[in-house]
Design a protein around this ligand. Structure first.
Ligand SMILES: [Fe+2]
Length: 345
C-alpha cells in the first residue's frame, strides 16, 4: 500500500484557502477513515464490577433526590470513546439506574430505543405504553422508540436496573429528543401473558396484534426455564442461547440493538465467532470468565463488560456444579439492516 500525501506536503496558503471555502483534501485522511482490513476501533474491552458500582450508585441516592435527577443513573462509559461521550460502544449506551422506595421517575418518551435488565430489588414497576410491567431480577422490559414510559417503586428496598439504549447512534444521527408527559392510565392485561407460549400467537377473530411492539416484558423466570429446557433437550449443543424476539415478526425485539440470554453449562468454555458488532455481557446468575482478545475479566453476579466488534471473545463458567446465566446486548440488527454485518468465524 503506497504512502499517501500528507497535509504538510501542501502549501500552507493553499490549505488555508481551501478552509475558507469549507473544503478539505481527502488524501491526508483517507487511511484514517478507511483503514486496511479492519476498522479502527475506539471501543475498548471494559469491565464494570457491580461491587464497585453499587456503593457509588447508593451514594447518588443520598446526594441527588429523584426530582433533581429525573433518572438517577451512573453511566457505564467506555474510556476508549472518552467518558464525556457516555457510550459503551459506537451504538450502545449503558446506565445503572437506582430507584428508591416511594420514588417515581416521571413519564416521558424519546426517539432512542431502550431496554431495562433488572439487577436487584423487589416492588418496582415500569409502565410502558399503558402496560404496567413488574420489575423482578433478570426481567427484560422494552421501552422502544416513541412509547411513553415511567418507573415507580412500591417496595421497601432500593431497586437497580441496567439500561441499554441505542442513544449514541440516534444522537449521532441528530435524531435524539424527548417529550415529557403526565402519569399514564394503566390498561388491563399483560403482553407477556398473552405471549406466554412460543409459537402460539393470540389472534382474536383471526386478527394479529397491530402493535409494533406487542411484547414489552420478558420475565426472567420464563427465559431461564427456556434455557434450562433447551440445554436438557440438546445435551451436545455448544451455545445454549436464546434471542429476545418480537413474537409477531420473529425478528429482534427492537430495531437497532439485539438482546439474548445465554446459559453456560458447569465448567463450559464457549468461543464466540469474530463478528462486526460490539457486545455487552451482563452476568445474571453464577460466575463467568470473559476473555476479549488478550484481556480477561472475572464476572461476578451483576457485573457488566463490553467487547468491541471484530474481536474474539471466549466465555467460560469456572463452576463445576452450577450453570451460569448471561444477558447479552449487541449491535447485530443495526449492522444487518445497514448491510455491514460480518461474521469472520
Ligand atoms: Fe426514558
Amino acid at each position: 500500500m503506497s504512502e499517501l500525501g500528507r497535509l504538510e506536503d501542501l502549501p500552507a496558503d493553499y490549505v488555508a484557502e481551501l478552509r475558507t471555502h469549507n473544503l478539505v483534501p481527502l488524501w491526508p485522511n483517507l487511511r484514517a477513515v478507511l483503514p486496511p482490513g479492519k476498522p479502527r476501533l475506539s471501543t475498548r474491552a471494559t469491565h464494570w464490577p457491580y461491587e464497585v458500582l453499587r456503593p457509588l450508585l447508593m451514594k447518588a441516592g443520598e446526594l441527588t433526590p429523584i426530582e433533581k435527577a429525573e433518572r438517577r443513573v451512573l453511566v457505564l462509559a467506555n474510556p476508549g470513546h472518552g467518558l464525556e461521550k457516555m457510550q459503551a460502544s459506537a451504538a450502545m449506551y449503558l446506565g445503572m439506574q437506582l430507584l428508591l422506595p416511594g420514588e417515581w421517575a416521571p413519564s416521558h418518551r424519546h426517539t432512542p430505543n431502550a431496554v431495562r435488565m433488572v439487577v436487584e430489588g423487589e416492588g418496582a414497576w415500569s409502565t410502558v405504553d399503558g402496560e404496567k410491567c413488574p420489575m423482578q431480577r433478570g426481567d427484560l422490559i422494552l421501552t422502544p422508540t416513541g412509547l411513553w414510559h415511567e418507573h415507580g417503586h412500591d417496595g421497601t428496598e432500593p431497586v437497580v436496573w441496567l439500561d441499554v439504549l441505542d442513544l449514541p447512534l440516534v444522537y449521532y444521527m441528530e435524531a435524539s429528543y424527548h417529550v415529557d408527559g403526565g402519569r399514564q392510565a394503566v390498561k388491563p392485561g399483560h403482553g407477556e401473558r398473552r405471549y406466554a407460549h412460543g409459537g402460539l400467537l393470540p389472534t382474536t377473530v383471526f386478527q394479529h396484534s397491530s402493535r409494533a411492539y406487542p411484547m414489552l416484558r420478558y420475565p426472567w423466570a420464563d427465559a431461564r426455564a427456556a434455557l434450562v429446557s433447551l440445554a436438557a433437550d440438546q445435551p451436545d449443543l455448544d451455545a445454549v442461547q436464546l434471542t429476545y424476539s418480537n413474537p409477531e415478526t420473529g425478528g429482534h425485539a427492537e430495531n437497532i440493538l439485539g438482546f439474548y440470554a445465554l446459559m453456560l453449562r458447569p465448567g463450559q468454555t464457549l468461543t464466540l465467532p469474530v463478528r462486526s458488532p460490539a457486545m455487552v455481557f451482563h452476568l445474571i446468575e453464577g460466575a463467568a470468565r470473559v476473555r476479549i482478545e488478550d484481556q480477561s475479566f472475572a464476572l461476578a453476579e451483576a457485573d457488566t463488560c463490553c467487547a468491541p466488534g471484530y474481536s474474539s471473545a471466549t466465555l467460560s463458567n469456572p463452576s463445576p456444579g452450577a450453570p451460569a446465566f448471561l444477558f447479552i446486548a449487541d449491535e447485530t440488527p443495526l449492522h444487518q439492516k445497514l448491510g455491514v454485518f460480518e461474521n469472520r468465524g
